[in-house]
Design a protein around this ligand. Structure first.
Ligand SMILES: [Zn+2]
Length: 174
């Protein structure tokens, strides 16, 4: 199988429908998504810690909507959506730390500790080209995934989606 996508965090974010209505759900989602994306930036230890409240959840929701718009339009999102993503990028800064060096980020404030890495992940995904960003071909699924296959032929987000669609007698069901 292919290696975990470098875009794991951005993909998880695109697929997180309805999560950011509630700060507790948003906090749970963030803990799992961050663990599932080991290649995402690590925060500077001195960086402020996020507190998941209604304000942060609303900011995550706005960023999520902007990211979905950008993904759904092949990157040709409205100026306001682009501005939301760019303002997320302004919530932190990158620097080199350690030897050999790695990139760490410092958030400008608590919410920035979540919004900066998310905005950066989404921006990196969009700039990588939309031809590899796909939606599952299962009509009942349609989640986003990154096609990391050599020939760009992946159609399903996971094996069970392929099996469900190809199962005898269910082929015509849509
Ligand atoms: Zn699927």
């Amino acid at each position: 199988m292919e290696k975990p996508s470098q875009h794991a965090l951005a993909i998880a974010f695109l697929n997180a429908a309805g999560v950011f209505e509630d700060p507790v759900a948003a906090a749970r989602w963030w803990a799992v998504a961050r663990d599932g994306a080991p290649q995402a930036f690590q925060p500077d230890p001195e960086s402020p810690k996020p507190r998941f409240d209604a304000g942060l959840a609303a900011e995550m929701r706005a960023l999520h909507e902007a990211a979905l718009e950008a993904a759904g339009t092949g990157g040709a999102a409205s100026q306001s959506a682009m501005a939301v993503m760019s303002s997320g990028l302004a919530r932190g800064s990158l620097r080199l730390a350690g030897a050999p060096p790695s990139l760490v980020f410092s958030a400008s404030d608590g919410p920035g500790a979540v919004l900066f890495p998310l905005a950066h992940a989404v921006a990196t995904l969009l700039c990588a080209g939309n031809d590899r960003l796909r939606r599952c071909a299962s009509p009942t699924c349609a989640v986003y995934f990154w096609d990391g296959t050599k020939n760009g032929s992946r159609r399903w987000c996971r094996l069970s989606c392929m099996e469900r669609v190809r199962a005898p007698g269910r082929r015509l069901q849509r």
